[in-house]
Unconditional design. Structure first.
Length: 221
């Protein structure tokens, strides 16, 4: 019999442009809002003076964990932190190593004008406990819901018709390019009263909130 080969060492380093897609694939597994395109945008660019710090853990050329602290322009003043580790790599301290480096960077670079948030999936108890170790506390819960669309088009259509009839409204598919102003105005009217990251008095940049919708999103009005 032969002993199993030792695993290659893990290197923690700054995220590079070539790492963005792989890092987003990991981070979206933990994110409370499943928006890969937004993670890619936030990881890949930073405006002048904008908070942006991202790390990856690499083993044998493969990204096995990622962490980031990036500004969220939709909620001015907020800074979003997130750490994720590939399922097969968990339990080895990679998440802790990334979080420790991010926390140290935050202490040196974030001021009192920043509100640090972390949007996590509500079903990840271990992730919540991990975040709480670094001083984060649960302040908001999403009251939304998720519906698996694959193979259920007829059922979705029937539900939409029943809901529209009950509400006494007509629902139609909107064209994001042709009706962007109308869609943004509707988005702006729905934001007051929502559990915003910085509290109900926090301002919202509606134009940035629009960017949370991928270009291929189906929008109903």
């Amino acid at each position: 019999m032969t002993a199993p080969a030792a695993q290659a060492a893990v290197t923690i380093r700054a995220l590079r442009p070539a790492d963005v897609a792989a890092a987003a694939d990991l981070l979206v597994l933990a994110a409370g809002d499943d928006k890969r395109h937004r993670l890619i945008e936030r990881l890949g660019s930073a405006g002048a003076g904008e908070v942006h710090h991202a790390l990856v853990a690499e083993r044998s050329g493969v990204i096995v964990a990622a962490g980031k602290i990036t500004a969220e322009p939709a909620w001015p003043g907020t800074v979003s932190a997130l750490v994720a580790v590939a399922p097969q790599e968990r339990g080895q301290g990679l998440g802790t190593a990334l979080a420790e480096q991010l926390a140290a960077w935050a202490l040196d670079n974030l001021g009192p004008e920043h509100v640090l948030i972390s949007s996590l999936r509500d079903d990840l108890d271990a992730g919540r406990r991990f975040a709480e170790r670094y001083g984060l506390v649960v302040t908001r819960h999403s009251v939304g819901w998720r519906f698996e669309l694959a193979g259920r088009g007829d059922e979705v259509a029937e539900r939409a018709v029943r809901a529209a009839d009950a509400a006494g409204v007509r629902v139609r598919i909107a064209d994001f390019n042709a009706e962007e102003a109308t869609i943004l105005e509707c988005i702006g009217r729905t934001l007051p009263g929502l559990p915003l990251p910085g509290g109900e008095d926090q301002g919202v940049d509606v134009a940035q909130a629009r960017r949370m919708f991928p270009d291929e999103a189906v929008v109903l009005l």
